[in-house]
Design a binder for this molecule. Sequence first.
Ligand code: NKO
Length: 214
Amino acid sequence: AIALGLALIGGYLLGSIPFGLLIGWQVGKIDLREHGSGNIGATNVGRTLGTRWGLICLGLDALKGLLPVLLLPMLLSGLSESAAPHVAVFAGVGAVLGHMFPCWLGFRGGKGVATALGVVAMLAPLSTLLAAGMFAATFAVSRIVSLGSMLAAVTFAVAQFWQLAPTPFSRESWSMAAFSVAVPLLIIVRHRENLKRLLTGTEKRFSSKPAAKQ
Ligand code: NKO
């Protein structure tokens, strides 16, 4: 239990670094929460400061999901034999929660897509590939990032349960199964404003022209 708690906290601390907000402050001298969608994620960085900075934010936000999943199992290995298969998953959940609910920003953070991408690339590469394919296809057709993100999240969950069947909640895989429901669900809930805009036909398509370059 101690290993899992430390993994969760370690992941949270890394995940809570708000790279989007920091890029906005540094590069554009703006508060990203007052521009575009108001989100601190890579999409809103790209929308506001240009695609290049959006991609840099995507890389950094993915890295803060990837690193705890990679490093914390090494650091915490040996603490508990029975917890070992779950340490990486708890580190990944921590990182996603840190991005979504950073204590430094009054627990108001981002939508968790890029951070989850870094996490699942390590934890479940095949499902990640399928989810990324769904994102790419959706974005190619619609140019709407939020729609691609939500469909990718659903695709990830389906792909996971297809692979974990017939015993998703076994002793070895219960944490991965719980992750595969909870994280996509959280991502979709964090997109509720986007969902409303999609349903009313007012969601913005992504344009490579920055909206508020200084
Ligand atoms: O500003 O509200 P907005 O329009 O910015 O932003 C909506 C957007 C928020 O997310 C981001 C990060 C964008 C990352 C895009 C690349 C995603 C590529 C692959 C997705 C695979 C995700 C797997 C999730 C597994 C649970 O949506």
